[in-house]
Design a binder for this molecule. Structure first.
Ligand code: GRF
Length: 198
């Protein structure tokens, strides 16, 4: 059973989905949640799910100092896999090289299209027919790491950002748990930029 940590800044629906799915996969358990914003809904979601959670506020701290607090917290809880779920900070190359275990992220588009903020609005503004959700390994770029799972979602001509986001979020919740299960079972190999599922 692999121990998963989740870092988040917002409402925490992906944390809720990961926690809800862990019983059916039984390959991982969400053991710790870190938020960088005190008012983040993710802390309530963690409390409701009975998951150990801490807020490590990032405001006013240099990135290196904030990251070293996170690394300490994660080391203290023996984490095997780190999941970013709406974590609004880019991890530094130092953090990634020091962590030395898989780091995953969920993104609300079919990467490499529409990286960064407001991916759903970017898709609507671009007039694409399809967008979707992507789970990828985190590397030193912004939403650039090797892709584990993706699933397309139709974009309707009259979609609002909220409507498209809700449609994508349903998919996010399912594929993030599937991806964490794959990584927890070691059922993948990364060759260059390609993730082979075993
Ligand atoms: C999700 O859309 C995720 O793809 C993006 O941030 C959002 C987080 O939502 N990275 P939640 O906090 O998990 O509900």
């Amino acid at each position: 059973m692999k121990r998963v940590a989740v870092l988040a800044s917002g409402r925490g629906s992906n944390l809720g989905a990961l926690a809800a799915a862990q019983a059916s996969f039984s390959s991982y358990r969400v053991a710790w949640v870190g938020a960088n914003i005190e008012s983040a809904g993710v802390l309530t979601v963690a409390a409701q799910a009975g998951i150990d959670a801490t807020c490590i506020p990032s405001r006013g701290l240099a990135r290196a100092d904030h990251e070293s607090l996170i690394l300490k917290a994660v080391a203290a809880t023996s984490i095997d896999i780190l999941c970013l779920a709406g974590y609004m900070r880019v991890l530094s190359p130092d953090f990634i090289s020091q962590f030395q275990r898989p780091i995953l992220n969920i993104h609300p588009s079919l990467l490499p299209a529409f990286p960064g903020m407001h991916a759903q609005k970017q898709a609507i503004d671009a007039g694409v027919r399809w967008s979707g959700a992507t789970v990828h390994f985190v590397d030193q770029g912004l939403d650039t790491g090797p892709i584990l799972l993706q699933e397309p979602v139709p974009v309707h001509p009259d979609d609002t950002e909220e409507e498209l986001s809700a449609r994508i979020l349903n998919i996010e919740h399912r594929i993030y748990a599937q991806a964490v299960d794959l990584v927890a079972r070691g059922a993948f190999r990364v060759v260059g930029r390609t993730v082979h599922l075993l």
